[in-house]
Ligand binder design. Structure first.
Ligand code: FRU
Length: 489
């Protein structure tokens, strides 16, 4: 199978090179701009410095790829224009993008010395021409307890003040934290607070990609704690959470994140970030094998949309656990997932309605299942009662047993070494699967639990077979999401 055969048709992927974290997600004057970490020279140079690749779309269905629009070409970001977010400046009618300029400086190990994290501002009047690179915060603005890992700015305005959250790793106890900076103008930033987990034991050694999500008047702190699977194992945890080495999830917050962080009165002078968050409240965004570094934004319709990077590449030893056979390109994004709050106060995720609109012919799915070719479909199972299993070919199954859901690869080659992931539900009621070439997104119980995974089966078709005591099934063949690569890298 050529590596082109793995190319997804509902999920945005690069023509060549590698993509990872979604960055600068926004909708500005009607156009959606989805940037993402992009190493255009992959696979020539796996470790080449990352910039921001740019996908743009008017309708979440037809995309153009415009190349790398933030390039690590200055002294302040020479080793990577790392992740960050977009802020719509209504006063100037501009988009302001904030990202971390990564600089490996001198001999140090990059954690305790030898790395600069330059929080950098670029402005744009249209989302395509990004101008100037202004470092607005550098290492001198981080408290002494921080290691050199401070990154991934998320900026928003609240009560007349601009706020920036940054993910951080502390120096002594290697714990993840989020720091808050306040600014009157988006250029001058002052430390305004911090937060970390309550327990003495760190909840991951670094919190990457912090984000603030507001739904139904409630605030959620989203973050990606690194080094989790190993950390929880050593604590003997059996809770099905953080099963990937680097996790992605959210903490529900009482009141506002800004108020919570402002309680850190010592700020730059503190001995460490302020412990305030109960580890046990962490909810995984996705229980599959491949979800990380997600980011949210609110679009012009007021929808809160989450997009994640779907191709988690590292294990605890920082080596690739599976050999992604996409030789000349790597990585893809989830479909845009619209977030809503259910009655239980839990965030539910659903593919944006624009994806539903790609549905074409509908067929009933009965006992014995259905074979789909090409692998491009939307499967909906409702009215599920009792324990059972949903089989994908002979390589993957989603099993429900007494409130526990397991997603398991039964073929090592197709799973590329990944084995099993778990989640809990009160009872399994419905399942929706976006079936794509090399990608599956599985939404359970109205999106209360989601499993996303890449898979690498050689067959042109996929056979999907539900086996539950009671269920009803329908499947829609789909039109595809298109990406017009104006440039190939
Ligand atoms: C998350 C991350 C970010 C960083 C970026 C670099 O995957 O490590 O923290 O900004 O990737 O590519």
């Amino acid at each position: 199978m050529s590596n082109e055969s793995w190319r997804p048709h509902l999920h945005v992927a690069p023509y060549s090179g590698s993509i990872s974290d979604p960055n600068g997600l926004t909708q500005f004057k009607g156009t959606y701009h989805f940037f993402c970490q992009n190493a255009p020279t992959y696979p020539g140079d796996v470790d080449s410095a990352h910039g921001w690749g740019h996908f743009a779309t008017r309708d979440l269905v037809h995309y153009v790829f415009l190349g790398c629009h933030v390039f690590p070409d200055s002294e302040a970001d020479k080793d990577g224009s790392y992740s960050g977010g977009a802020y719509i400046n209504e006063e100037t009618d501009e988009l302001w993008f904030y990202y971390t300029g990564n600089v490996r400086d001198g001999e140090g190990d990059g954690t305790y010395s030898g790395r600069l994290a330059n929080q950098t501002l670029m402005k744009s009047y249209n989302g395509i021409n990004l101008q100037g690179k202004q470092v607005v915060l550098d290492n001198s603005g981080y408290p002494a307890y921080c290691s050199c890992h401070v990154r991934d700015p998320k900026v928003w305005k609240q009560d007349g003040l601009l706020h920036m959250m940054l993910g951080a790793r502390t120096r002594d106890d290697k714990r993840g934290a989020v720091m808050l900076y306040d600014s009157p103008d988006g250029v001058t930033w002052e430390m305004a607070g911090s937060v970390t987990n309550l327990a003495e034991k760190p909840f991951g050694y670094m919190w990457e990609c912090p984000d603030r999500i507001v739904l139904g008047g409630r605030e959620f702190l989203s973050t990606c704690p690194q080094g989790m699977a190993t950390a929880l194992e050593s604590q003997g945890s059996t809770r099905p959470t953080c099963q990937n080495v680097h996790a992605a999830g959210y903490f529900p917050i009482e009141g506002s994140i800004v108020d919570l962080m402002h309680l850190d009165s010592e700020r730059m002078g503190a001995a460490g970030p302020r412990p305030a968050i109960d580890d046990a409240t962490f909810v995984d965004w996705d229980y599959g094998f491949d979800f990380y570094a997600c980011q949210s934004f609110v679009d012009e319709q007021g929808r809160t949309i989450l997009i994640g990077w779907m191709s988690l590449p590292h294990d605890e030893n920082d080596v690739r656990p599976y050999d992604n056979p996409t030789a000349t390109w790597r990585g893809c994004l989830t479909v845009p997932r619209v977030l809503t709050l259910n009655d239980a106060g839990r965030i539910c995720q659903a593919p944006a309605a624009e994806i539903d609109a790609l549905r074409r012919d509908r067929v009933d799915v009965g006992p014995g299942g259905i074979t789909v070719e090409p692998k491009l479909a939307d499967l909906v199972l409702t009215g599920i009662e009792g324990d059972g299993v949903l089989r994908f070919g002979d390589f993957l199954e989603l099993r429900a047993e007494g409130g526990e859901l397991t997603l398991a690869f039964t073929d090592d080659a197709v799973g590329q070494g990944r084995k099993l992931r778990r989640a809990q539900v009160d009872a399994l009621r419905d399942i929706r699967v976006l079936v794509d070439t090399s990608v599956l997104e599985i939404f359970v119980n109205g999106g209360e639990v989601v499993f996303g995974t890449r898979y690498f089966d050689e067959a042109e078709e996929i056979h999907i077979e539900p086996d539950f005591p009671t269920w009803t099934g329908e499947l829609y063949f789909m039109d595809e999401v298109t990406v017009d690569y104006l440039v190939t890298r």
